[in-house]
Design a protein around this ligand. Structure first.
Ligand code: FAD
Ligand code: SF4
Ligand code: SF4
Length: 465
């Protein structure tokens, strides 16, 4: 088939759960490509020599290379090719904001027909999970021990690469379940926990030990890790999990909560599952404040927990929403009402419980430091939205407890750990860091990329000793 014929082929849509079936369960909405779908989608790729799609990928996955292997039916080889730069294709295929990364740069994007790179990546990622024998084995043991603190994507990527390089790795996680945001934040209907557990299993097969319920800085100190337990290097992947609040009147009313608390109860502590007795508020008329993935996840969870209505308040327009396009579409299909160009000004209560949120309409002004047009309040445009549960999803910051982890470690005013850009080493020799605790709220693939970069730097550091 020549390029002209390939360009005529239509993109293969992702099979999805019917909307009517979605709201009664937390089952995954995207059902995944069949082998036939995968072949049909791979067939559309033009195998561009310069491959601009690669420039859009933060970790430079060899996209035409893995798609060519898919066409040959060499799925394990395709997966291993991706794994050279992205350790978790089954996860990134599901959660990367592809429309702003690899797919945005695809030469077919201008025609609205970008190759569905994420869907193909997910297929081969799943294939590798189903065929664990195809995974890369660890190098001979070096006898060096490395501690990884935090089991989000940054920590897990660092752990995996360090283990492959032959080091003995122990991951310490504060929560009872490893995975960081992948398990406590992103809901089952987007990223099933089983997918994360399967990737964790791959790490365990490489010899990585994962110890949960250990808060480094409290249960154990860095000094314990180094001096008593003999870890020669440490990677800190602590994330940025402390919620940001609006700071407006009535925010302490019962019924107002952070998305972090709501999602943790629902996802990590499985409040949606009858077999668990985790308490969670099931609001009737829920309001969610924010326009990112966290806001979409909260809205869609609230609908699944039985809300009559979920209204999302966002102070800019749909075009500025930071959420993945697919999540916005799914939220809308499922019935989330979008109130755009709106900001809450105070929460109102009766008899000690939230009953409404007062809002102000906005218009867009000049771009601000984020590059997005600044919302400007329209005086006198106040209106009231009746609500019995408000979920605040306007962002997160580094947990102040990160300061306790390592006394003397340099952090900026926002608590972000300061590292050398090349090596990701902190000011404390042998202690490295990456992911959201360094960069602020970012993406899974950026955290994975930091973990890998740090693993290489830690290996160099250990070998130079
Ligand atoms: P985290 O994933 O936050 O993991 C940090 C881990 O460290 C946690 O498990 C924490 O318990 C542990 N920890 C912290 N302190 C200690 C300590 N002292 N001792 C031991 N353990 C400790 N990104 C995308 O690319 N696509 C998406 O669709 C997407 N959706 C998101 C949805 C939600 C609800 C949220 C909250 C974020 C989302 N993100 C998404 C962002 C992405 O998940 C993060 O950028 C990424 O998880 C950061 O990885 P990390 O490893 O740095 O930190
Ligand atoms: Fe695209 Fe993410 Fe895969 Fe890179 S890792 S190719 S950005 S889906
Ligand atoms: Fe294939 Fe698009 Fe990349 Fe070209 S730019 S190699 S068509 S995915």
């Amino acid at each position: 088939m020549d390029a002209k014929e390939r360009m005529k082929l239509e993109p293969v849509p992702m099979p999805e759960l019917e909307v009517s079936e979605r709201l009664s369960s937390f089952a995954e909405v995207n059902l995944g490509y069949s082998e036939q779908d995968t072949q049909a989608e791979a067939e559309r790729c033009l195998q561009c020599k310069k491959a601009p799609c690669r420039e859009g990928c933060p970790v430079d996955v060899d996209i035409p290379g893995f798609i060519a292997l898919i066409r040959e039916g060499s799925y394990a080889e395709a997966g291993l090719k991706i794994k050279r730069t992205n350790v978790f294709p089954a996860i990134c295929g599901r959660v990367c904001p592809q429309e702003r990364q690899c797919q945005e740069r695809c030469v077919l994007a201008k025609r609205g027909k970008a190759i569905n790179i994420g869907y193909l990546e997910r297929f081969v990622g799943n294939y590798l999970i189903a065929h664990p024998e195809e995974q890369i084995n660890a190098a001979p043991a070096t006898g060096k021990r490395v501690a990884v603190v935090g089991s989000g994507p940054a920590g897990l990527a660092a752990a995996g690469d360090l283990a492959k390089l032959g080091h003995q790795v122990t991951v310490f996680e504060a929560l009872h379940r490893p995975g960081g945001v992948l398990v406590y934040g992103i809901p089952e209907f987007r990223l099933p926990n089983i997918t994360v557990d399967n990737e964790l299993e791959t790490l365990r097969r490489l010899g990585v030990e994962i110890r949960t319920n250990v808060v480094v800085g409290r249960t154990l100190t860095i000094a314990d890790l180094r001096e008593e337990m003999g870890f020669a290097a440490i990677f800190l992947g602590l994330g940025a999990g402390a919620p940001i609040f609006l700071g407006i009147e009535g925010e302490n009313l019962p019924g107002v909560m952070s998305a972090n608390e709501f999602l943790t109860r629902v996802n990590l502590m499985r409040a949606f599952d009858e077999d668990y007795d985790t308490p969670v508020q099931r609001g009737r008329n829920v309001t969610v404040i924010g326009g990112g993935n966290v806001a979409m996840d909260s809205s869609r969870c609230a609908l699944r927990l039985g809300a009559d209505s979920v209204t999302l308040l966002y102070r800019r327009t749909r075009a500025e929403m930071p959420a993945r396009v697919e999540e916005v579409r799914h939220a809308e299909e499922e019935g989330v009402i979008f109130e755009l160009l709106v900001a809450p000004t105070r929460f109102l209560g009766e008899e000690g419980h939230l009953t409404a949120v007062e809002c102000l309409r906005m218009e867009l002004g000049e771009p601000d430091e984020s590059g997005r047009r600044r919302p400007i309040p329209l005086p006198g445009s106040e209106f009231i939205v009746a609500t019995d549960q408000a979920i605040i999803a306007i962002g997160a910051r580094v947990n102040p407890s990160a300061r306790l982890v390592m006394p003397g470690m340099e952090q900026d005013d926002g608590g972000h750990i300061i590292v050398d850009r090349e090596t990701l080493m902190t000011n404390i020799p042998g202690v490295f860091s990456g992911g959201d605790v360094v960069a602020g709220e970012e993406t899974v693939i950026r955290a994975l990329s930091d973990g890998r970069k740090a693993a290489q730097a830690i290996d160099n550091y250990l070998r130079s000793k």
